[in-house]
Design a protein around this ligand. Structure first.
Ligand code: ADP
Length: 625
């Protein structure tokens, strides 16, 4: 095995030098973008003002000073035609621009037309200035540069061939007398334009200059476009990673981005298993089922994986000799994979896995590709670590909820048993009680009720969080559920001589929820309103439709919530000081309300002023919205 260093920290498993330069295959070549074509078209128009003016001025100068026998009238005419046509192009462009950069085909058509007319003007100018003798033949180079920058390689190539072809055609036409030759450059022998050797030399030089200009410019343009594509892809990947913690989604996005931006056949991400001996497939794109199922990838059997995972540096398989060292060379052969690039996914402490790119060409990967894949891998590592941390957090939260659930469940039976027994004693079943004893027992019963409330709230919170709330979401009529809850709390409100108002929309409003869940939301809110409103106060409940939402409002004229307590209102066990002073409670009711409302795709908001009252509003999307 021969290793070669390419930049800091990068080693290759390859006997061949790495391929520099852009890919020749047209597959995956980035296409010119709308802005690029639009800008070049505008630039062409700007340059043509100079060109048209230049033809007129140069003709005047050359005629006056160097070549008095040269007939300037037709040249002036060509200059004027160039300027006149440019007025049309300029107007056309203005119209396109007003429509935004949008219609790329509009700019493409305009650019084709401009280049076509320029080609015609060039042929006429060359003819007027001496045909093959004219130094203007080499001005085609400027247009070839523009065509190569603006269009795909093959279209630019067609323009290049046509430039040489048109000049050759003009030369032949003049040689054969189809078109009269204009002998302008006095110091050249009169018949040189028809001299085959002279013609061949000039045309060959033109062909060579044109071909080199096309090749260099178009390959630079392709490289620049690819770079832009890769940057845009990376940006997209970073955004995708920030927008989700779902690992499979992010990894899928990464492999797709790799295939698109690198123009390769396929890509995959393999993660090390817990033993560190085997690489397991986590995401792939562009690879067949047969290849993916080729068998377990063992680090010990694959030098490329070893290099990436243990060495921590990128590894490249570039040719047949390299492929022989793969764990599954036949599978790669069958999949038509000729080059592979492996880049490690580096976690904080250790290697997490590898990102792999596969190409059907030999020597397909250069230093740019290595850098790009490393950037993708860096993002992948962040995504994996974020997702792993998130999963661990969810697991812990679930464990915590399960624990709470079990404990509270176990507490429920003895507490309710104790409540029954205390009630029996208070009711005199165990004999008459002294006043003092009855007073203590009544306090004990209230404490037990509070404990029961806490257990119920904890249970319902834990059930929701562990996904054990069995009831399925269905279409639930909001007004009816609220009517039942209002009826349930009515005696309590009456006991406190409160006015309880209830208004509801005549039409039935259905939302996607569970009957039990929605009932719990409403009874918590209404229960609080009655609880935290002093005797003789007012509680108003309404269920309305606003656009595509059911809006449930529970307003009271109670103690209100202090401004500094509002931000902490929906957090576990939080109770405002003014509430603690007047009533018992758990500080869990609103947490349950919020979790349930969010589960039903809604939201809950609170407005309150201490000493004036509170309004809780629940917004729930109506069925089908
Ligand atoms: P609990 O009522 O058991 O204390 P909740 O979670 O239902 O727990 O409410 C949390 C806190 O929000 C209450 O302790 C109280 O400070 C405040 N609160 C909720 N509803 C009202 C209301 N209608 N009026 C005044 N304060 C309220």
């Amino acid at each position: 095995m021969v290793s070669a260093g390419v930049g800091p920290g990068i080693e290759l498993i390859s006997r061949a030098a790495m391929a520099e330069g852009p890919e020749d295959s047209t597959i995956g070549l980035p296409l010119p973008r709308a802005q690029e074509v639009a800008a070049s078209s505008r630039w062409l128009v700007a340059m043509r003002w100079l060109a048209g003016g230049g033809v007129v001025v140069a003709t005047w100068v050359v005629h006056r000073t160097l070549l008095p026998r040269f007939d300037p009238d037709l040249m002036y005419a060509v200059g004027v035609v160039i300027l006149a046509s440019n007025v049309v192009f300029w107007g056309w462009q203005g119209r396109l621009r007003r429509g935004g950069v949008g219609p790329v085909w509009g700019y493409r058509r305009l650019t084709h037309l401009q280049l076509g007319l320029d080609w015609a003007a060039m042929v006429v100018l060359i003819h007027l200035t001496g045909g093959v003798e004219s130094p203007l033949v080499f001005l085609f180079v400027f247009h070839i540069v523009v065509a190569s920058l603006v269009f795909e390689r093959w279209i630019a190539c067609a323009y290049t061939v046509s430039a040489v072809g048109l000049t050759a055609g003009l030369t032949l036409a003049e040689t054969w007398g189809l078109v009269g030759h204009r002998h302008v450059i006095g110091f050249l022998p009169g018949e040189v334009y028809a001299e085959p050797a002279y013609e061949v030399v000039i045309l060959a030089a033109l062909a060579l200059v044109s071909a080199v200009t096309w090749a260099v410019t178009s390959s630079v343009a392709v490289r620049v476009r690819r770079r832009e594509d890769q940057l845009a892809t990376l940006y997209g990947v970073v955004r995708a990673i920030n927008s989700t913690l779902e690992l499979p989604q992010v990894l899928d996005r990464l492999v797709r981005a790799t295939v698109e931006a690198m123009g390769v056949q396929g890509a995959s991400i393999g993660l090390l298993d817990t033993t560190g001996a085997q690489v397991e497939l986590a995401a792939s794109h562009g690879l067949s089922e047969a290849y993916l199922n080729k068998g377990p990838v063992l680090v010990s059997q694959s030098p490329a994986h070893q290099k990436a995972l243990i060495g921590g540096v990128p590894a490249i398989i570039q040719n047949e000799g390299d492929r022989a060292r793969l764990q599954y060379p036949a599978a790669a052969e069958a999949e038509n994979i000729r080059s592979m690039l492996f880049v490690p996914l580096r976690g904080k402490g250790q290697a997490l896995g590898v990102v792999r790119a596969y190409s059907s060409r030999e020597e397909a990967f250069g230093p740019d590709d290595v850098k790009f894949l490393e950037a993708i891998a860096a993002q992948g590592a962040i995504a994996i670590e974020n997702a792993m941390a998130y999963q661990a957090m969810c697991k812990m939260d679930e464990q915590k909820s399960k624990f709470t659930r079990t404990v509270t469940h176990e507490l429920r039976a003895p507490v309710s048993g104790a409540q029954t027994l205390v009630s029996l004693i208070i009711d005199g079943y165990a004999g008459p009680l002294e006043e003092k004893q009855a007073g203590f027992l009544l306090r004990l019963r209230r404490r037990l009720e509070t404990l029961q409330m806490l257990i119920d709230d904890l249970l319902s919170l834990a059930a929701g969080r562990t996904g054990l709330a069995a009831e399925e979401v269905t279409e639930v009529p909001v007004g009816e559920v609220m009517a039942k809850v209002v009826a349930q709390v009515e005696p309590q409100a009456q006991g406190k001589r409160q006015t309880l108002e209830f208004e509801r929309e005549a039409e039935p409003l259905a939302v996607e929820a569970t009957v039990q869940g929605l009932g719990r939301v409403f009874s918590n809110l209404l229960g609080n309103a009655v609880k935290y409103t002093p005797e003789g106060g007012r509680v108003a409940v309404s269920v309305r439709r606003v656009d595509h939402q059911a809006v449930v409002r529970v307003a009271d004229s109670g103690i209100g919530i202090p401004a500094q307590s509002l931000p902490r209102l929906f957090t576990e066990f939080f109770r405002a000081p003014n509430a603690m002073a007047v009533e018992t409670g758990t500080g869990l009711g609103l947490v349950i309300v919020k979790e349930l409302v969010e589960r039903f795709r809604g939201r809950v908001v609170v407005e309150s002023q201490e000493g004036v009252g509170s309004t809780f509003t629940v917004f729930l999307p109506l069925v089908g919205h």
